[in-house]
Write a protein that binds this ligand. Structure first.
Ligand code: NDP
Ligand code: GUE
Length: 300
């Protein structure tokens, strides 16, 4: 079997198009321009690439982009003061603090200082609790993007066996919550899971968020399974020239695409969906802040 390729790049363009339409309407009908503030502490090159790409796509969707680049040695007090300022700025509807933060900064403290209604990452403890209890919240972008792809691919997810590999607060746990809400039977696997191959073999849906290049081989998969590869791993690629690199996921694409029914590629799968969902969340936050009916189809 050769798997169908789930085109996250094309799907994300569709989502961004919908976002842009809502932005046009918010401007015309309400005089509002949704604004997204992105805070980057330090000079991690990968983070800089993402932040640049977020800023570009924010502007392309007609929204306002505010970028705050702080020195790696920025004190916690200074960072918290900036967040406080963004929390009260009416032009800012969404705030994203790029993770990971330098070691001297308390990640939980920083994230929980963002106003929950502006927390477009959905990482604030209030949003985590709201999602877990089935209430309206901001939903983390990467899991939301994965869910959109799965619903588009499979329609109703009810009763399907889903295995999420990884239990991080930013991907694995919220992904499991969303799948549970769509009535999947959810297993969360992690580094202590026994016989992961057997666990994965029972899954109709596999979401891999492990952070290990090409970790899941095709022979772990149930034939026909739908595979969502969240992993972003940069490997050296001397065959492409000196100093060149290539991106690979957490799934061994070559062998997995022989067994799976459908699979997301890396790049061009989940990554672009993450940014599209960030823009969608910013529009949602802008609507909620102004008592305007929020767009359907852009939230989970
Ligand atoms: N496409 C996108 O938009 C995004 C992509 N990513 C990518 O997704 C991947 C995961 O990110 P993130 O969740 O932040 O990563 P973390 O490092 O926070 O979590 C990785 C998880 O994988 C588990 N794990 C590690 N080794 C194994 C193993 N041998 N067997 C089973 N489970 C294992 C860990 O288990 P344990 O808890 O036991 O240690 C942990 O729960 C990365 O490649 C990251 O770059 C992340 C965010 C967004
Ligand atoms: N507060 C916070 N929120 C995040 O959502 C967040 C974060 N911190 N820290 C880092 C991770 C990672 N992440 C990605 C976003 C887009 C792509 C993406 O667009 N990837 C392209 C390729 C990009 C490339 O070529 O490097 C693709 O997969 O096609 C990847 C990864 C968001 N993250």
């Amino acid at each position: 079997m050769t798997a169908q390729i789930i085109d996250g790049k094309a799907f994300s363009a569709k989502v961004r198009g919908q976002v842009a339409e809502h932005v046009t309407r918010l401007k015309a009908d309400h005089g509002l321009t949704p604004g997204l503030a992105v805070v980057l502490v330090g000079e991690d090159p990968a983070s800089q690439v993402y932040v640049r790409s977020k800023g570009k796509q924010t502007i392309e969707a007609g929204m306002a982009s505010f970028e705050h680049k702080l020195d790696a040695s920025t004190s916690e007090a200074d960072l918290l003061a900036l967040i406080d300022q963004l929390n009260t700025d009416p032009a800012v509807h969404g705030i994203l603090v790029q993770l990971p933060l330098p070691d001297h900064l308390d990640e939980a403290l920083v994230i929980n200082s963002i106003a929950p209604e502006k927390d477009v990452d959905g990482f604030h403890i209030s949003n985590v609790g709201l999602l877990a209890t089935g209430q309206k919240s901001m939903v983390p972008c990467t899991p939301l993007g994965c869910l959109m792809l799965l619903r588009d691919q499979l329609g109703n997810l009810s009763g399907l066996n889903a295995v999420v590999i990884g239990r991080s607060n930013i991907v694995g746990k919220p992904m499991a919550q969303l799948l549970l809400r769509d009535s999947c039977t959810v297993t969360i696997a992690h580094s202590r899971t026994k016989d992961l191959a057997a666990v994965v073999r029972g899954a109709d849906i596999v979401v891999a968020a492990v952070g290990r290049p090409e970790f899941v081989p095709g022979d772990w998969l149930k034939p026909g399974a739908t595979v969502i590869d969240v992993g972003i791993n940069r490997l050296d690629a001397p065959e492409k020239g000196e100093g060149k690199t290539r991106l690979v996921g957490d799934v061994d694409f070559a062998s997995a695409s022989e067994v799976a029914g459908a699979i997301t590629p890396v790049p061009g799968g989940v990554g672009p969906m993450t940014i599209a969902c960030l823009l969608a969340n910013t529009v949602t936050a802008c609507c909620r802040a102004n008592g305007i009916a929020e767009p359907e189809g852009l939230t989970a």
